[in-house]
Design a protein around this ligand. Structure first.
Ligand code: SER
Length: 316
């Protein structure tokens, strides 16, 4: 990657990926594109920015030409729980930004990274040690759009030589920008509430295991995959990647090691619970390990130390 356009730069991943990429590739080589949510000050002041609706293919093409973009990181997505409120809107946004990005990268013979998700799996998938190649029949519109995006990515690679790559991210835990409308969001909210109120009401049942990852690992996974030797890639869209698997009682116990008074109780959200129940408990990530040397750094305990440390300063 040389000149990179990040779509969805104001979101949970984008707001941390843009500064991370600017450090590696140079401030002027990373363009942050946003639509309605404002960018962080750090991003606004740190390099080029464009107000761009990724659904507008003409404007997208102009921005790509203007900045001589060779790689798009397409982070535009309506997440799983929010998507269920308006499936058609979620489908149009998730697919529209993807197809426009693929088309423009076809024109310039570029590369594209599109995150897939644990949400691409469904209840008929083996939920323990979920294989890289397995049954994918998701029951959310988000998941359906992610499976379709994986297939579109591989199709553009095979048919047009577009260098399309992706990972299936688990729930991403971070402390700069909150996620919005996902099923795994509880694992972020719990840290904020632990600092603010020493208690959290969880919308998923105890025992609901899901794959998770701390943001620094998620950022590194994106760059390492995009810079991986293409000759070693058997898969492209998309690789299982994970860093830890836990359920609500485990994260609460870990927080209690630092905040002994912390309490968790439960008020189950049936929509989010049924989505979580349809997703893997833990994925097999050996393909990512073998094909591009993927290895996570943070586990539940080291992530908890860092999250509580950063948030206690931020929320003071
Ligand atoms: N974090 C996402 C969600 O919960 C999963 O990719 O929707």
């Amino acid at each position: 990657m040389k000149n990179i356009l990040v779509l969805g730069a104001a979101g949970q991943i984008g707001s941390e990926l843009v500064p991370y990429l600017r450090k590696i590739y140079g401030a002027n080589s990373v363009v942050a594109a946003y639509r309605s949510t404002p960018l962080t000050l750090e991003i606004q002041e740190g390099g080029p920015c464009e107000n761009l609706d990724a659904m507008d293919s003409k404007k997208l093409f102009e921005v790509v030409k203007k900045h001589k973009i060779d790689s798009i990181i397409n982070l535009v997505a309506v997440l799983s729980a929010k998507g269920e409120n308006n499936p058609l809107m979620a489908w149009n946004i998730n697919m529209g930004s993807l197809i426009n990005s693929l088309e423009v990268m076809r024109e310039v013979k570029g590369a594209i990274f599109t995150p897939s998700s644990i949400g691409a799996f469904g209840p008929s998938t083996p939920l323990d040690n979920t294989p890289q190649d397995t049954i994918m029949r998701p029951t959310t519109i988000y998941g359906i759009s992610k499976v379709a995006a994986e297939l579109w990515g591989d199709y553009y690679y095979l048919k047009y030589g577009v260098d399309a790559r992706g990972v299936r991210y688990p729930g991403i835990i971070s402390n700069v920008t909150l996620p919005g409308g996902g099923t795994t969001d509880y694992a972020v909210e719990i840290y904020y509430e632990a600092i603010k109120n020493k208690r959290y009401t969880c919308y998923l049942k105890p025992g609901t295991y899901l794959d998770m990852m701390y943001m620094p690992d998620a950022l590194r996974a994106c760059v390492e995959l995009m810079e991986a030797d293409p000759n070693k890639l058997v898969h492209r869209n998309s690789f299982n990647v994970t860093a830890m698997s836990f359920e609500p009682e485990m994260i609460a116990a870990e927080i209690r090691k630092h905040i002994p008074e912390f309490e968790i109780d439960y008020k189950i959200d049936p929509v989010k619970q049924s989505i979580a129940d349809s997703w893997p408990n833990y994925m097999d990530q050996s393909a990512a390990q073998q094909e591009w040397g993927w290895k996570p750094e943070y586990d539940l305990s080291t992530m908890t130390v860092d999250m509580l440390n950063v948030l206690s300063k931020k929320l003071k």
